[in-house]
Design a protein around this ligand. Structure first.
Ligand code: IPM
Ligand code: MN
Length: 560
């Protein structure tokens, strides 16, 4: 499952580190005393070890990569015949793990070049005089020098007018562009482009997003191993991470990638440092643009109470037994997208537009009725038809769609009543169908029933690839502390498998593992008894992944 970790490379801008030495060999890249390991990780600290550190173990201040400006470099500018010597892949792993995404050199050793392509490190051959010019520019800038490498266009340029092109064998380029390793790449060549792998764009985003997504990936890896399914995960920035990487909360690279995958897995977006930023730079704008581009108009948010957690809800336990609501939220229309919008009169007034067409209402209503057929056959449509024309159209349209589903019971509630009923009598709901803004609010309210927002997944569906995200936000207050609950993200993996890839059995295995972990008493801080010990994000993720894999062993030992 190493391919899971391989990152796609489409276009990259980054700081350049210069290593003006010829014939750097793989023994110098990773000295051989560091090779006695079977894993592919843990080599970053060994990179250029004997150059980076003096014999007493302290960093050698004269070595190029130890200069403060070179610390965050992701592009290595190198001399001729880079990567010569023995053919070990460890050299590439070490460079990748240290943070390099690409190497520019006048020539590479052949095997090293191939290893780069198989491990997601982009080797770019340029003419010796071009490399010379880049060294000069790097030097003139005192090391504060950035380049953009565009693999799709096969182009290298800087912000100061340097620009050149390079070429790479098409199949190698395809492997790097799609984040495929050798095995998948062979499949690609054999089948003339069709690889039998599920390609998932992973958008960790901001705050706790990367932490919970790491655990979602761990669960996917366990599923892949257990069921023999091949997943190719390609990571891309979104939200504040997109603004940091490319000055855009929905970078071009991400935009191009999500159109070509089987499903999109997202963590969370939002960062307080951008609260005052103009709308086009806000992380949330990136998410809304992503939903719009994918056309994922139906957002499914299942809210089912885990028996093990009934007492964690502020509601009385007897109201919660058997609560199982599916919120179907319209996701690409309404106030979130309506035009005109904006500030008026120098900022002293503001406008947003609530607009729906009958066609938009109809298609999401159908999703609700179809879902009800698979469940308890009951749809509650929520609106504000006593006040809003849009809600009157909503109610009429849903009533018309219901004629095609005589086996499904339909009723209507005003949103204020629905908000009250949701906590007073949650068992009254099976499928709750509503528009974008009401659905946003009611789904957070419904989360109270299960005890934590951190437990809930969602699936957003349209015509193309689906978008799968936990319903919680980026929670900047707890980010980076290993306390976030990864269950929402892992349950999202189950939805992705079932609704996004049609893999029902693996999806059920993930859900069973989550329930089992909770039954065994595993708790993150948000769902632990006050004062009781809690697992961190990672420990909870490992527990659940372990249960996914373990089921195989216990099942395999039972003759069937
Ligand atoms: C959600 C979130 C988003 C929404 C925000 C982050 C734009 O609250 O998915 O519920 O309002 O849709
Ligand atoms: Mn929300």
């Amino acid at each position: 499952m190493d391919r899971v970790m391989m990152e796609a490379f489409v276009r990259h801008t980054g700081r350049v580190a210069a290593l003006a030495r010829a014939n750097v060999d793989t023994d110098q890249i990773v000295p051989k005393q560091f090779l006695k390991r079977v894993e592919r990780t843990g080599f970053g600290s060994a990179l250029f070890h004997d150059w980076r550190f003096r014999s007493d173990g302290s960093p050698n201040p004269d070595f190029e990569l130890n200069h403060p400006v070179a610390r965050s470099a992701s592009i290595l500018l190198a001399g001729e015949n880079f990567g010569c010597g023995s053919s070990r892949e460890h050299a590439v792993w070490a460079l990748r793990e240290y943070g390099f995404r690409a190497i520019l050199a006048p020539s590479f050793a052949d095997i090293f070049f191939a290893n780069c392509c198989q491990n997601g490190l982009v080797p770019v051959r340029l003419l010796p005089q071009e490399i010379g010019e880049l060294f000069r520019r790097h030097h003139a800038a005192g090391g504060e020098y950035q380049l953009t490498i565009d693999l799709e266009e096969q182009r290298v340029d800087d912000a100061l007018g340097f620009r050149t092109t390079f070429s790479m064998e098409p199949y190698r380029r395809e492997m790097l562009l799609h984040g495929l390793d050798e095995q998948a790449g062979c499949g690609m060549r054999d089948a003339g482009g069709a690889v039998k792998t599920h390609t998932i764009a992973v958008l960790p985003g901001d705050g706790i997003g990367p932490e919970v997504i790491a655990e979602a990936e761990r669960a996917l890896e366990a599923v892949g191993d257990r069921f023999g399914i091949d997943f190719t995960l390609r990571r891309f920035p979104i939200g504040a991470a997109g603004v940091a990487a490319a000055g855009d909360p929905f970078p071009e690279e991400t935009r191009a990638a999500v159109a070509r995958v089987d499903a999109v897995l997202l963590g969370a977006v939002g960062d307080p440092s951008l609260d005052q930023a103009p709308r086009h730079l806000r992380p949330e704008s990136g998410l809304l643009a992503l939903r719009a581009q994918l056309g994922v108009f139906a957002n499914l948010r299942p809210v089912a109470v885990f028996p093990a957690l009934v007492h964690r809800s502020p509601l009385k336990a007897d109201r919660l037994e058997d609560v199982d609501v599916l919120i179907v939220r319209e996701l690409t229309g309404g106030l979130y997208y309506g035009e005109p919008r904006g500030r008026e009169g120098g900022g002293a007034a503001a406008v947003n537009t609530l607009r729906y067409t009958a066609a938009e209402i109809k298609r999401v209503a159908r999703v609700a009725f179809e879902s009800a057929r698979q469940r308890r056959g009951h749809v509650t449509s929520v609106d504000k038809a006593n006040v809003l024309e849009v809600s009157q159209l909503w109610r009429e349209t849903v009533t018309r769609v219901a004629r095609d589903y005589p086996d499904v019971r339909l009723d209507h509630l005003y949103v204020d009543t629905a908000a009250m009923r949701l906590v007073a009598d949650p068992r009254a709901f099976d499928v709750l169908l509503t528009e974008n803004m009401f659905g946003d609010i009611l789904s957070d309210e419904a989360a109270v029933l299960v005890g934590s927002l951190g437990l809930l997944p969602s699936a957003s569906l349209g015509e193309g690839p689906g978008l799968f995200e936990p319903i919680h936000g980026s929670a900047p207050d707890i980010a980076g502390r290993d306390v976030a609950n990864p269950i929402g993200a892992i349950a999202t993996v189950a939805m992705l498998l079932r609704r996004g890839l049609g893999l029902a059995e693996p999806a059920a295995a993930v859900e069973r593992a989550i329930s089992l972990a909770l039954e065994q008493g595993a708790r993150t801080q948000d769902i632990a008894e006050p004062g009781a010990a809690a697992l961190g994000t990672r420990a909870m993720g490992e527990r659940i992944a372990g249960l996914i894999s373990q089921e195989r062993r216990s099942r395999a030992s039972v003759p069937s």
